[in-house]
Design a protein around this ligand. Sequence first.
Ligand SMILES: C[S@@+](CC[C@H](N)C(=O)[O-])C[C@H]1O[C@@H](n2cnc3c(N)ncnc32)[C@H](O)[C@@H]1O
Length: 273
Amino acid sequence: MAARDPHRFINELDETSVERIASRLESRAQDDVFSRLLDGYVARLALPSRASILEVGCGTGAVLRSIARRSDFTGQAIGVDHCQSFIDAASAFAQAEGVDDRLAFRMGDAHKLDFPPATFDVVIAHTLISHVTEPMAVLGEMARLVRPGGTVVVFDGDYASLTYAYRDHSFGQRMDSALSFSTFNNPRIMRDLPRLLPGLGLKVEAAWGEAVVEIGHASYFRSFAETYVPYVKNTGLLPAQSIEAWYREQRQAMENGTFFAACNYYTYLARRV
Ligand SMILES: C[S@@+](CC[C@H](N)C(=O)[O-])C[C@H]1O[C@@H](n2cnc3c(N)ncnc32)[C@H](O)[C@@H]1O
């Protein structure tokens, strides 16, 4: 069976699968890893006091809630996603946290958004671009919607670097590739951005990489495996028994303190010229 990135085809998944992904988005938002990566670029954005922000592919709204909680944020933000359940969850979480006066969420397709040009000071794609059907169309929309002088933020993993330790190195490598292939439509897109962004009128002002590494314990990579191993099974790329053995060993390593997994993540801050 061909790989079908679950985020790309979210509207074709059953309710349980959508709920499992929603809970992964919320659980990773509680992780130190997620907060460190997000805070790292938000701190460098120099948001104008009345900033207007768009997050494309907002999921359950964790990124925008985190920005709305900042004492230096007095602006307005809109999150767009193509999954109605995520939009409903994002609105409910924002209301429950008392930040719904600054945040709004609505349905939309990142490839063709329903806003006039140059509407926003900042447009963010936080772990979206690896999932979309046509990354250039989405980046083009982000460039269209940010005002001249405003900032486009693209943050995502380079999933060719995703790796879990496994005693059988050869199968471990195949499992890493299968996880990347089953989960991400564009696993290598982040290394292409220096070449792609200038042609869209986006000048890269800052870019950096960080390794997310968990050794001895697992939180980020625990929920990653829990959520996405079933999609590897669905592809039929690897024998189900071998996948089970791999997953059993990962869980044992998480329990006995011998776990190791890592992946590189990159951030680009690009100014609309
Ligand atoms: C990995 S999640 C990231 C969610 C959120 N940015 C976060 O970090 O918590 C990717 C999100 O992109 C959304 N998505 C994927 N393709 C999309 C598209 N074409 N238009 C709008 N949203 C899309 C998915 O529904 C999902 O919510």
